[in-house]
Design a protein around this ligand. Structure first.
Ligand code: SF4
Length: 96
């Protein structure tokens, strides 16, 4: 997460971003689950490998966006799907 913040926020140059993984935060994981990108009982490793498959050059690129969507719209209860950026792409796999 620290390396990701250095790249994303402070624009610190790095040779590459291959090793900057997504952070398995609770918000990030919830969004990935509801999008159907990982299984409902996914481990942190499944999330990390999913992000690596989606964007091998910089797996951590999803980190802040997914976290923000999880915090603002894709909340644990009563997600605000109507105002979510992802509503047209999301299967809305929401556990009851
Ligand atoms: S559309 Fe709904 S379920 Fe899907 S990511 Fe957005 S808030 Fe979450």
């Amino acid at each position: 997460m620290a390396a990701n913040i250095l790249v994303r926020e402070f624009k610190i140059p790095m040779q590459d971003r291959i090793c900057i993984d997504i952070s398995p935060d609770v918000q990030v994981k919830r969004v990935f689950k509801r999008l159907g990108l990982i299984s409902k009982n996914a481990s942190n490793d499944e999330l990390i490998y999913c992000a690596r498959e989606l964007h091998p050059e910089y797996p951590g690129i999803f980190d802040f966006s997914a976290w923000e969507i999880g915090r603002e719209w894709c909340r644990p209860y009563n997600p605000d799907c109507n105002n979510c950026y992802l509503k047209q792409f999301c299967p809305r796999i929401i556990e009851k």
